[in-house]
Design a protein around this ligand. Sequence first.
Ligand SMILES: [Zn+2]
Length: 333
Amino acid sequence: MRPFKLLIGALLNNWAVLVHSTNSQSPLIASSQPSSDLLSLHKSLVECSSITYNEHAVEQLLTSYLKQQNFTVETQPVAAATATKHARHNIFAYTGKTRKTRTLVSSHVDTVPPYWPYELRGSEIWGRGSVDAKGSVATQIKAVESLLGSGAIAEGDVALLFVVGEEIGGDGMRAANDLGLSWDTVIFGEPTELKLASGHKGNVGLRIKARGKAGHSGYPELGRNANSMLVKALYALDRVELPWSEKYGNTTLNIGRMEGGVAGNVIAEEAEAQLQIRIADGEPADVEKVILEVLEELGEELDVSFTPGYGPVEIDHDVEGKFLKPAVWTLRS
Ligand SMILES: [Zn+2]
């Protein structure tokens, strides 16, 4: 996990550059030191566990914070594919009565597991979601507050949308389509290595199942080891060459989860792996073809299935992506 300290400046700068895309490239917010308000909002957000499907606590925190800051806050129910303890909601906030604004600033409030508490390590902040994406959420809110406070923007200019379920399935963002709104400009907060990103890689998931024949480990000739079959497949895929592009670099393949067998002295009957591929060029079908060819060459009996995927996404943008020099601050604890 990357520490949070570099992100604040990037987001504030990105934000300002985009808002004034037509007339200025210089940030409106000149501060080079994050305010204690920003750090304390960020801390509260990170301290709130909000693993996908369980975003309730952070929803409540944000709703009450935004109301306190005089935003008009709408909570939009979001259905979940699995049962959840609490109902889930997107949070949509704006100034006054004008919910349709020129610009939308958005990010997500859920995180991947496991929960990792907020922690200061020297001048770095650590903790689950401290960068992705509570760093974005906190800086976006404080940036909008600051711009409103200075009079640089007013009612009708900017709305904030914080969605649930980004890390799995995109339930929240899909539901946001039903808010019945449109914008001239949308800014998404995500870790981008201090770059203003104007596109992103595609994505496809892959599941490989191997079915062998169980037996006693002392008689390997009587069984067929599903773990060995799977390991061969994964070894080959770990080395496969996939399409790349100038803009997005390499297509990357992550062997994220493996499971197989029942005990050390039993020939494994079943084994399974889940992989995620980030596509830098072409369509999922191109990647799938390469993967299937590699696996077929092995001659193992494997059950391979792909999740619905998509190729690289080019974002319609007016402002060129640019590298922003990182600012480093010393945090006062
Ligand atoms: Zn994210």
